[in-house]
Design a protein around this ligand. Sequence first.
Ligand SMILES: Nc1ncnc2c1ncn2[C@@H]1O[C@H](COP(=O)(O)OP(=O)(O)OP(=O)(O)O)[C@@H](O)[C@H]1O
Length: 297
Amino acid sequence: MNAPLAAERSPAAHGSVDGREPVLTARNVSVDYEVSPVVHAVRDVSITLHRGEILGLAGESGCGKTTLAYGINQLLRPPANLTSGEITFHDQDGTDVDLRRLEGEALRAFRWDKISMVFQGAMNSLNPVITIRAQLHDVFTTHRPGMTKKQKEERSQELLRKVGVDPNRLDSYAHQLSGGMRQRVMIAMALALNPQVMIMDEPTTALDVVVQRGILREIMRLREEFNFAVVFITHDLPLLLEISDRIAVMLQGEIVELDTAANIYENAQHPYTRRLLSSFPSLTGDRGSFIRTGEEA
Ligand SMILES: Nc1ncnc2c1ncn2[C@@H]1O[C@H](COP(=O)(O)OP(=O)(O)OP(=O)(O)O)[C@@H](O)[C@H]1O
């Protein structure tokens, strides 16, 4: 039942971003929490995300992963301050958008539409007093005012089907759904406007392993279908080795290593990456079936 990891199975099977266009570029991004003493949470981070790529962001709790993701998506609030850097979104229509210059309505319109995010514990952020239908329809009412009620309904049903939830569940309230289903609904909401980038911050951590793997397979499948790029944040490096094209390893606010998943697994350069790899007994143990292909061991 032991399942070989992606890198063991075929080192070159994934991990290449050759020939793919960039969809998001962050250059020399730094974020401070302006408290006393100041916390330098993100330090001079540069990262390029390519179209359709899954970029894993690994590192222990507190290393700055969430702060970086929020910074990229312009979601930081005081005392967080993005002190320097450039963040550019390369739209598929050919225009470059300087995210740091977007504000107000323009920024709200941009989020969800171009870059969507599934937050840590997102399944608990569904509105408890309105149905799943009303929440999905709301996304369209806000971002696609031209859509008819019928179109919203059809699209909502389609989205639930895509994430493996019965469309009958549109009538449900959040508390009537299991944790896994709620998280699938959040993924459906993040997918609603066909974003080019999805940032997923520990999207499955709170779920049990079987549910987690089911959802990860779904994300892999959806990515194949829609070709959005994913920034996948987790402290679970073995999981990233299975699902990522490339992995960035973060330590105390800096990216200390960025390479293909296969190279990180086989030939990690930074001592911290090697330490992270050796701290997971599951790397040599039973991790169940293989997520990326859905192939059972
Ligand atoms: N509101 C805040 N005020 C002060 N410091 C903060 C604040 N939020 C986060 N920090 C600090 O910033 C650093 C980075 O935190 P961040 O949450 O980005 O890390 P993380 O890698 O995402 O951790 P986790 O996986 O636990 O969410 C940590 O040292 C944290 O204590």
